[in-house]
Ligand binder design. Structure first.
Ligand SMILES: [Zn+2]
Length: 134
């Protein structure tokens, strides 16, 4: 929370004890190994100037390197709406086909792939069944 360093560490050692009835955390909150102050998840929120982007940048670079190796990539996008369209933009801009599963906004650019107007679970089951029938 203090931003004392750009370190990111796994939360595998954090084992929260929860009072589910009261919806309360009973154990200690996670702390920064450097300053012992309160730690936060490294998750990007809107207007979040404390988010450390180095891990995301490395993952994005690895994703693009991997995609370059694919001969005929297919992206399956599930439930990404138009209010915050960054996920939709990724699939539409990437090389390869896009399968968009969305119960209310399944449309996509012409020639890019196809949309399934349904929920995510049903869409995955239909894709599974279609692949099994091939
Ligand atoms: Zn710290």
């Amino acid at each position: 929370m203090r931003g004392c360093s750009d370190a990111i560490w796994p939360a595998a050692d954090f084992a929260p004890e929860i009072d589910e009835e009261k919806c309360l955390l009973r154990s200690a909150l996670p702390v920064c190994p450097c300053c012992k102050g309160l730690a936060r998840p490294n998750i990007l929120m809107f207007g979040d100037w404390g988010w450390i982007e180095s891990r995301q940048q490395a993952q994005t670079a690895a994703l693009h390197a991997w995609l370059k190796q694919m001969k005929r990539p297919v992206i399956v996008e599930i439930g990404a709406g138009t209010t915050i369209p960054s996920v939709r933009h990724f699939g539409e801009a990437a090389r390869g086909a896009l399968i968009r599963i969305n119960p209310t906004e399944p449309g996509l650019p012409k020639g890019k792939g196809f949309g399934l107007r349904m929920g995510g679970l049903e869409g995955i089951r239909r894709l599974r069944d279609a692949l099994a029938a091939m």
